[in-house]
Design a protein around this ligand. Sequence first.
Ligand code: MN
Length: 261
Amino acid sequence: MRFLVSNDDGIYADGIKALRRALERIGEVTVVAPDRERSASGHGITVHRPLRTKIIKYKNSSTLGYAVDGTPADCVKLGLEALLKHPPDLIISGINFGPNLGTDVLYSGTVSAAFEGVINGIPAVAVSLNTWVDPDYTYAAEFITEYIPYVLKHKPPLGVMLNINVPHGIKPKGVRVTRLGSRRYIDVVDQRTDPRGRVYFWMAGEPEDIDDHDPETDLNAVKEGYISVTPIQIDITNYKYINELKKWPANNGEIFKKLNW
Ligand code: MN
């Protein structure tokens, strides 16, 4: 099995190291990851400047790593189109330091690296650890190593990836297949003044979970000590609303009539 490993915490992060080491036991690994932390970079790509790579060699390992001065999505694009000799069987992004739950998947560089694989027709999973302090990746790494053969066997449909979140500080109680919950942030923007008297803003905030009581959500699963597996997709069209939207007079010639087009 050939694996392409990426992340958004940077190529030197402990989580990607734990993932690489676990995967080296079951297949051939290539690491292509940002040369520094690029968390919350979403699906951004770099098109207005060149991308540079640096080859990384690991102790007691034949794995090759490429540190890229770009985003997680850049890394996977570069891996697939320029760096890897063979297309990988699976793209795995993580193990992220911090959860990627609910609405946060839209901002996540970890999830975007996996999505970039799915865009190119390659099965992909993102793995994140639900802690902001003292991460221990042991259970997450052991679980993902055992889970991967199932992903390859069942092959999620085209355009669908798996977003996995692992609880922290306990041995996980089991696996729950979930939907994305709704997580938003309160007190998001801190307004401060710099030493020269100019105002600046710092984005932070505390997460507020809207539906973490619903056992179908990823938020609830992880809170209850379960590993959450959510199938997420590229197509974010709301099919239910299409017919309603078609009925708007504005979508039925009214504006064109008014403008005499
Ligand atoms: Mn991260």
